[in-house]
Design a protein around this ligand. Sequence first.
Ligand code: UD1
Length: 429
Amino acid sequence: MEKIFINGGRPLQGEVSIDGAKNAVLALLAAAILCRDTVRLDNIPNISDVSIMLHILDELGADVKRINKNCVEINTRHFHSGVVPHDLTKHFRASYYLLGALFGRFGHARVAMPGGCDLGLRPIDQHIRGFEALGAKVGFEENAVISLQSDQPMGSAIYLDMPSVGATINIMLAAVRAMGNTIIEGAAKEPHVVDLANFLNSMGADVRGAGTDNIKIRGVKELHGCEYACIPDQIEAGTYMVAAAASGGDVLVRGVIPKHMETITAKLVECGARIIEYDEALHVTAPAGLRACKIKTSYHPAFPTDMQSQFGAMLTTANGISIINEGIFDNRFRYMDQLIRMGANVKVDGKVAVIEGVKALRGAQVKCYDLRAGAAMVIAGLMAHGQTEIEDIEFIDRGYVDMVGKLRAMGAEISRRDIPEQHGLRNAG
Ligand code: UD1
């Protein structure tokens, strides 16, 4: 079993470069199915979710060429639309984009229900309603396989009950080649939704209004190949900004779109960090003591739920009482019990966490419950006195390129080692 070890208490110093956005690239890779030509995608992050998505495309008959570590070419001319089984979809949420993309290309799709981080109930009723509005007959088969079938997908008006990122993206994928016009009312506005629209338009689609709550799609017959570079990862950048502030550091976060970072930047400034904005970089410095704050996560452009855990770790030693209100998912505070093991003073009641800042965290054996909770454990380890040992780190590999290497380059005493499992000594839970 691989673990991360951190000797905390060293402020991060230096620079870090941000890779491509996980949540955007997974939608772009699915969208590559929509045309028969070659698409070349750049700024692809080398993370395990991407490797699995490329593996699925390969299994379905795509020709996938790695041009270099950040660039792939995909040609799906000889693609077949067989079943995508649970074995392949269980690893990550965005595997459900294969439903929209296969339906958009072939008019039918059979894909097992997606896996992904366990953040509570994650229904996909809005996706299903969207597919039905486009004329799909939806079926539920053995082994959790969802099937979509239509002789001729037709554009339609779709009203989402909530601005779901996944449903918005899935409907866009399914609608770009449907006959006629589609309107998505109440659409998600996240940067990755805009990135997908830009990519689809580069392939010859006609998508307007992405980034607002009303997306209009005029269906086109064919899409063509193109070259496209994925946007930088807002959440990876935010994670290193918080790590810099939480460790009392001085870090230049390079290769970001500062506009995407505004709510995160504003919250860090409220806590006492100093942030200077450049065209494509943010310089974060922090005083020794940060201030407590209130956070409510919600849909973009509000504070992103994917940054909640990282701030949760940082606020454990901020002066005063912080309150975090999780507005998106039911079950996103499980990591707090790990912070309590490190000496944090936290009370959780449903979707609200109250954190009373303590003087310092102590190193401990902790585990990752999910991807962003894993990032929170690393941040807590950087802040803590003594050694922190983190297990279940495969969650971190799903969304962060070489987190250990990047932090070590900024002066963190952090390493990753393979440790033979000792039965009975794991952090039970
Ligand atoms: C995406 C992101 C995830 C992020 C989340 C919220 C990807 C691959 N994942 O997840 O990192 O945390 O957005 O920003 O991009 N809902 C329904 N019915 C549906 C769909 C969603 O009730 O059909 C609810 C969900 O339970 C949740 C809320 O809507 O409470 C938002 O979910 P959604 O935006 O769809 O999140 P994901 O696309 O799963």
